[in-house]
Design a protein around this ligand. Sequence first.
Ligand code: SF4
Length: 298
Amino acid sequence: MKTITILSGKGGVGKSSLTASLAVVLAEKNKIVAADCDVDAANLALLFGIRDFERNEKVSTNKKAFVNENAKGCRNIVEACPFSAVSFDDRTQMPEINKFLCEGCGVCKLLCPQGITMNDVENAIVGEAKTKYNFPLVSGQLEMGESGSGKVVDVVKQRAEKIGERINADFLIIDGSPGIGCPVIASVRGSDYVVAVTEPTEVALSALKRVLQVVEHFKVPYGIVINKFDLNPDFTEIEEFAMEKNIPIIGKIPYRKDFVDAMVNMKPVVEVNPEYKEIFKDIVDRIMVELSAHSAGA
Ligand code: SF4
């Protein structure tokens, strides 16, 4: 099974929309499994019209501090907490921990070993669903304000890989997170090909360059897709950058109102506009060529 990961250096360039349409086109001739690894803001399922998941699994990425009665009078942990997560109730003489602020560093436990316990917290959920496009989707969601997104991505990928093995899938297609943080690194690691999505703006190009540094670090081959390329036709810097660095541009997607209509109706855009179907078929063909070229050269 080959793993294709879709990334963008920043949010809002159409990464998940592109992933949804690529998955639908890829699934027409191949067995695939899709994974939403944008675990801070997972929404790939919505683009397939899915609202509910099955076989939900709770995941813990972190420990947090909990007080017990032995912490009575332990006021010194208020100042010691590096994340200002502890306050003190003068009435009960008990410290109180704000679970949203606690990062699980354990400093308070060192100062008050009898009164603090460090417990695993279930702060993420991973589930799966069947799409109507004949492939399964695994999705992870980290709770608001929680850390440990890289671990959730690992769980999502492992589960998708297991499903892929079970159904004998040809491809795992991953919707990665925007940015260059832990979830991106966890998504890229082990991928066979990365599709880097951008749009014709200076900000998006800057973000693209940053995320490509991450991809290069893991020595994963990649190509660029320019989304909404016709919204700023005078912006030629992406193509100049690609030419200078010898990076293939594997697709250029025009902007049409259909994109918005597809999202409103919770459908991949290839389902509502045949023009897009052809464009995405070309991108898939190009990915296949790139994958086989790199497999042959490996
Ligand atoms: S574990 Fe660390 S962050 Fe959490 S309350 Fe204790 S000192 Fe503060």
